[in-house]
Design a protein around this ligand. Structure first.
Ligand code: IMP
Ligand code: MG
Length: 185
C-alpha cells in the first residue's frame, strides 16, 4: 500500500495536533449550550477522525451516523446525493448537531446535509471536516471546523479510501495518479 503513496500530507503527529485543537474549540463553543450535542459522522470516511475526535472532547456528546453516496468507485463526484442510512431521532429540536466529515470537495454532500437536517428540525447544525479542498467547490460552502486545507490532489488514509483501500493508513497521503488512472474508464 505504501508504494501507492507519492507524498505524506499529514503525519500522525500533525493529525493528532489538529484533532486536539478542534476538540478544544468545540468544548469552548458549546460550553454554554443547554441542548444535547450530537456528533453525526458521515460513513465511512469520517470514522477514524471521529473516533479520535470524540476522545478529546470533554463535554458529553452523543454519536450517530448517516451514510450518503455521491461518489462511485472512482475519484470524480456524480453530483447527486443519495441518503443510504438516515438519522431516526425524535429529539432533534433539543439537539445541536455537528456533522463530521473526512473531506470536503465539491461541497455538495455537506450543503445538502445541512439543509436536510435543518429542515428535519435540528436545534442547530454545524459542520466539521478534517480536510478541505476549497479549490474544488461547485457550490458555495464554508465548514465551521476545519483541520487542514489541502491542494487539489486525491488523498487517502486515516479513513479516506480509494475503492475501499488505504483507509487503515495512520496518515493522510497523496495517492499516485497511476493507481486510479484506469478506474474512471
Ligand atoms: P463532496 O460532496 O464533493 O464535497 O464530496 C465529499 C466526499 O467525497 C468525501 O466525503 C469523500 O468521500 C469523497 N472525497 C473527496 N475527495 C476525496 C479524496 O481526495 N480522497 C478520498 N475521498 C474523497
Ligand atoms: Mg465521505
Amino acid at each position: 500500500m505504501l508504494n501507492d503513496i507519492s507524498k505524506i500530507l499529514l503525519t500522525e503527529e500533525k493529525i493528532d495536533a489538529l484533532t486536539t485543537k478542534i476538540a478544544q474549540q468545540i468544548d469552548k463553543d458549546y460550553s454554554n449550550r443547554e441542548k444535547k450535542l450530537l456528533l453525526l459522522g458521515i460513513l465511512k470516511g469520517s470514522v477514524v477522525f471521529m473516533s479520535d475526535l470524540i476522545k478529546k472532547i470533554k463535554r458529553p456528546v452523543e454519536i450517530d451516523f448517516m451514510k450518503v453516496s455521491s461518489y462511485g468507485a472512482g475519484t470524480e463526484t456524480t453530483g447527486k446525493i443519495n441518503i443510504i442510512l438516515d438519522l431516526h431521532r425524535t429529539d432533534l429540536k433539543e439537539t445541536d448537531i455537528i456533522i463530521i466529515e473526512d473531506i470536503i470537495d465539491s461541497g455538495r454532500t455537506l450543503s445538502y446535509l445541512v439543509e436536510y437536517l435543518k429542515l428535519s428540525g435540528a436545534s442547530s447544525v454545524k459542520t466539521c471536516t478534517l480536510l478541505d479542498k476549497p479549490s474544488r467547490r461547485q457550490v458555495e460552502f464554508t465548514p465551521d471546523y476545519v483541520g487542514a486545507e489541502i491542494p487539489d490532489e486525491f488523498v487517502v488514509g486515516y479513513g479516506l479510501d480509494f475503492a475501499e483501500r488505504y483507509r487503515t493508513l495512520p496518515f493522510v497521503g497523496i495517492l499516485k495518479p497511476e493507481v486510479y488512472a484506469n478506474a474512471n474508464d
